[in-house]
Design a protein around this ligand. Structure first.
Ligand code: ZN
Length: 151
């Protein structure tokens, strides 16, 4: 097993068992539900903004280990980021995860998120890994409509 594969499994196990920022956010500025009917993943992402900065981001719900750990890591990475930085990370994350499994990963730009490159070997899991990010994207750019991976 390669080091990156081992790290991938370790991070997913850890965040699935002990998800970070896994709670309701009372009076959140934005709350968006995300569904992945193919897998049964269903999460709500909550966030508070101060001007353009994400001051708080939490999530709740249930789903598979990949969807849950991806949402958990996302919250830890995005707290304190600006709206534009969060959107840029979403684009980089999405590009990485949908790239060819052999494509190089920009470790510096992606930081902790790079461990999810392992998902590229399991294309059916891409929607699990990006679900919370799609909910975040909706919260930052539109009117908080629920998102589904199948629309
Ligand atoms: Zn899933």
């Amino acid at each position: 097993m390669s080091d990156s594969r081992a790290l991938y499994e370790q991070v997913i196990l850890d965040h699935n068992k002990k998800p970070r920022n896994f709670k309701k956010l009372e009076g959140a500025d934005h709350s968006v539900e995300g569904f992945n009917p193919l897998c049964g993943d269903h999460f709500t992402v909550h966030l508070n903004l101060d001007g353009d900065t994400l001051t708080e981001i939490t999530f709740e719900g249930s789903g598979c280990a990949i969807s849950k750990s991806s949402a958990s890591v996302m919250t830890t990475v995005l707290k304190g980021k600006t709206r534009a930085e969060a959107e840029a990370l979403f684009e980089q994350f999405h590009a990485m995860i949908t790239a060819d499994p052999d494509a190089p990963v920009d470790d510096e730009a992606l930081g902790k998120l790079r461990v999810f490159a392992g998902v590229r070997e399991f294309p059916v899991r891409i929607k699990c890994a990006t679900l919370a990010w799609h909910a975040l994207h909706s919260a930052l750019t539109s009117d908080d409509n629920a998102v589904s991976t199948e629309e």
